[in-house]
Write a protein that binds this ligand. Structure first.
Ligand SMILES: *[C@@H]1O[C@H](CO)[C@@H](O)[C@H](O)[C@H]1NC(C)=O
Ligand SMILES: *[C@@H]1O[C@H](CO)[C@@H](O)[C@H](O)[C@H]1NC(C)=O
Ligand SMILES: *[C@@H]1O[C@H](CO)[C@@H](O)[C@H](O)[C@H]1NC(C)=O
Ligand SMILES: *[C@@H]1O[C@H](CO)[C@@H](O)[C@H](O)[C@H]1NC(C)=O
Ligand SMILES: *[C@@H]1O[C@H](CO)[C@@H](O)[C@H](O)[C@H]1NC(C)=O
Ligand SMILES: *[C@@H]1O[C@H](CO)[C@@H](O)[C@H](O)[C@H]1NC(C)=O
Ligand SMILES: *[C@@H]1O[C@H](CO)[C@@H](O)[C@H](O)[C@H]1NC(C)=O
Ligand SMILES: *[C@@H]1O[C@H](CO)[C@@H](O)[C@H](O)[C@H]1NC(C)=O
Ligand SMILES: *[C@@H]1O[C@H](CO)[C@@H](O)[C@H](O)[C@H]1NC(C)=O
Ligand SMILES: *[C@@H]1O[C@H](CO)[C@@H](O)[C@H](O)[C@H]1NC(C)=O
Ligand SMILES: [Cu+2]
Length: 611
């Protein structure tokens, strides 16, 4: 549930020192984000720190002590917006979605929609510069589907973004679609269904794109997804949440938190913990991914400091923290040094009650040194912060200054009257006073192809006709709504997070609104070294200032990543440089005609925003 308020959590925890910053391990580049010349991005990076083992000179090769290198002239110093390898390798996957059951914490089997019969779905792995070709087959009886590759920029490939009603028609039962796109970025992400609340029933998996890194490590432990888990289906919870919203009540609590797809139930009586074996003296890369539908989660590994090296797909200068707050959709790649007394240690994934999240279970998993017998740890937790803020002290590896301005476009976030298919007059979420409500049978992409400006109001379109300009967005919570945290996600770009402000850990009904002041606040923003990522937290009752540069023509969804909120309308559709969007393929039309044959006689009908 989203607006849980716990007086107890107002108790200030002693924070103490949460670890200290160390110098970057590899050289640092300073470049302008607006640079368009490929040659200007490859100037040699110089080694700038005592702990550096090798400079990122682009000609060395990737290894345990040279993670900043990649090879063939590419390194961590390469700005992947400007330049990326093309390997000519195509990596193929088949994902088949079926309607079955699952029971990840042993509490009892429930209906699940799974990919290749497993939860989470298979990890998609490729190298930087590879082409991914992923065929998705819908083998469910009664739902359409479509897969979104979260955080993948889809440069020039808007049609592969997987958003039903915007970039494609849903894939009908029995039909398949092959998504093909180039991996221009590297790092960790995830994929999930963007068809209503479907991903909450299991249609999720991890993505790893191998590339250089800002910190060294010996062993890559791979993806480590953390998620809230419910014993009823996502469609049932979504319906409850909408009913609750009418009276201003929070939706249902989560029932558990799964770590790497598993956990014991809240009572500790069923299921099993994920166990990760480590060897003393080694450094491990762990790819943390928040695949929640609702709950913000804070993670830590007892006695072991986390060395953070990415925010989503964007490298940061290595920075240490004991705990990390993960909002839905966010990723942090960390390095863990196995330098403690050999033993068993708890990995903890606790719901962040200070972010108005609530869950009946706590996420636990075990890290076990390989010289001891695996057992339930007796280790003690770090003290967790009680403020719903993302880790501080992070700086991008490439400094990309954004030209400053005070000319922000305002996007109010709040409750509005329903235009979603839930029926008129319902209270739903909106942004810029409109609740998104897409059409499955005629996606925005079709309107653009027709040059048809009579698209429905429910597409909630903001046109950005001009390529090559900076755009500035001020996401502001307004008073006539519960004042809660929303994780805001943009497709097609990594946005620049210029700043945010808001309340912390207060009652959603009474927390004051903190309003952006356009005359004084712009001067307080981080214009020189903003963090870049694809998902950022809009603080409780507050504002979030973002910028992005229009360099990727397409129709890009911008939305709250809480599954219930986007189902209830908290999203809009940026139509960027519509004149330059590549024409849809013949496969696009086939998917639509198959869908339009299926839907008129389908058992279930659209009953939410559709995404
Ligand atoms: C999955 O199966 C259940 C039980 O048979 C059924 O109620 C549900 O409608 C099915 N869902 C989909 C998406 O096929
Ligand atoms: C999808 O299937 C679920 C049952 O698994 C059902 O509740 C929901 O209404 C279906 N939605 C659509 C649009 O088919
Ligand atoms: C996560 O689970 C997968 C599948 O069970 C396993 O292969 C992997 O090693 C686990 N990851 C970690 C970090 O333990
Ligand atoms: C995942 O995101 C949700 C929603 O923003 C958040 O409540 C939860 O704490 C996050 N989980 C982790 C592990 O950070
Ligand atoms: C273990 O490694 C961390 C860095 O990950 C460091 O901060 C800490 O001081 C080290 N502890 C010991 C006992 O060496
Ligand atoms: C760790 O993150 C918290 C916010 O969650 C922040 O308050 C603290 O300063 C960070 N510690 C360091 C060493 O940056
Ligand atoms: C918000 O919507 C209105 C139409 O209702 C539109 O005129 C305005 O441009 C939109 N705001 C932004 C920032 O685009
Ligand atoms: C919805 O519309 C009704 C009737 O027009 C109005 O009384 C109510 O205040 C509106 N609610 C919101 C949240 O705008
Ligand atoms: C949105 O609606 C609120 C009242 O609910 C109004 O104050 C505000 O001006 C509207 N914003 C736009 C952009 O129309
Ligand atoms: C625009 O879309 C509407 C709604 O589908 C349709 O009725 C109309 O014929 C379209 N116009 C053009 C010029 O294609
Ligand atoms: Cu939200």
């Amino acid at each position: 549930m989203r607006f849980q308020y716990l007086a107890a959590s107002l108790l200030t925890l002693a924070l103490g020192t949460q670890g200290a910053k160390i110098p970057a391990e590899v050289g640092e580049l300073n470049r302008r984000a607006t640079s368009t010349s490929a040659s200007s991005t490859t100037s040699s990076a110089t080694s700038s720190s005592a702990s550096s083992t090798k400079s990122a000179d682009g000609s060395c090769s990737n290894g345990a002590l040279t993670r900043s290198c990649w090879g063939n002239g590419y390194s961590i110093a390469t700005d992947f917006d400007q330049k990326h390898p093309t390997t000519s390798q195509t990596v193929s996957y088949n994902l088949e979605i079926t309607n079955t059951t699952c029971n990840p914490d042993g509490n009892g089997a429930r209906t699940c929609l799974l990919i290749n019969g497993q939860y989470p779905g298979p990890t998609i792995t490729a190298n930087w510069g590879d082409t991914l070709s992923i065929t998705v087959k819908n083998s469910m009886q009664d739902n359409g589907t479509g897969i979104h590759w979260h955080g993948v920029r889809q440069l020039g490939s808007n049609e592969q973004d997987g958003v039903a009603g915007i970039t494609e028609c849903p894939i009908a039962p029995g039909d398949s679609k092959t998504y093909t796109f180039l991996c221009t970025q590297f790092g960790t992400s995830w994929y999930h269904s963007h068809f209503s609340a479907q991903y909450g029933d299991g249609v999720v998996g991890s993505i790893v794109i191998n590339g250089p890194a800002t910190a060294n490590y010996d062993i890559d432990l791979g993806p480590y997804p953390v998620t809230d888990w419910y014993y009823r289906t996502a469609y049932q919870i979504e319906a409850n949440t909408l009913t609750d919203l009418q009276s201003g009540a929070p939706g249902p609590n989560g029932d558990n938190i799964l770590v790497n797809g598993t956990n014991k139930n809240a009572a500790g009586t069923t299921g099993s913990y994920s166990v990760t074996k480590i060897t003393a003296g080694k450094k491990y890369r762990l790819r943390l991914i928040n695949t929640s539908v609702d709950n913000d989660i804070r993670v830590s590994l007892d006695n072991h400091i986390l060395e953070i090296m990415t925010t989503d797909f964007v490298p940061v200068k290595p920075a240490y923290n004991q705990t990390i707050l993960l909002a839905v959709g966010q990723r942090y790649d960390v390095v863990i040094t196995a330098n403690q007394t050999a033993g068993n240690y708890w990995f903890r994934a606790n719901v962040a009650t200070d972010c108005q999240s609530a869950n009946n279970g706590a996420g636990l998993a075990i890290f076990s040194y390989d010289t001891v017998t695996v057992a339930n740890p007796t280790s003690t937790s770090y003290s967790f912060p009680s403020s719903c803020f993302e880790p501080t002290g992070l700086a991008p590896f490439w400094s990309q200054p954004v030209p400053s301005t005070s000319a922000f476009s305002n996007l109010d976030v709040g409750l509005t009257n329903g235009s979603v298919d839930t029926g008129a007059g319902l209270t739903v979420w909106g942004i810029n006073n409109t609740s998104i409500d897409i059409q499955w049978d005629k996606p925005m992409r079709t309107y653009l192809q027709e040059g048809n400006t009579s698209y429905p109001v429910g597409e909630n379109v903001i046109n950005l006709p001009t390529e090559g300009v900076w755009t500035y967005w001020l996401i502001q919570e307004v008073s006539a709504s519960p004042h809660i945290v929303h994780p805001i996600h943009l497709h097609g770009h990594d946005f620049f997070v210029l700043g945010s402000s808001g309340d912390n850990n207060q009652n959603p009904n009474t927390a004051p609104i903190v309003t952006f002041n356009p005359s004084s606040d712009p001067a307080t923003l981080n214009w020189n070294t903003p963090i870049r990522r694809d998902t950022a937290i809009l603080p409780q009752g507050g504002w979030l200032a973002l910028a992005f540069y229009t360099n990727n023509p397409g129709a890009w969804l911008f939305h709250c990543h809480i599954a219930w909120h986007i189902s209830e309308g908290l999203g809009l559709d940026f139509v960027e440089a519509s004149g330059s969007i590549p024409a849809p393929s013949s496969a696009y039309s086939t998917t639509c005609s198959n869908w339009n044959k299926y839907y008129p006689t389908s058992y279930y009908k659209k009953d939410d925003s559709g995404i």
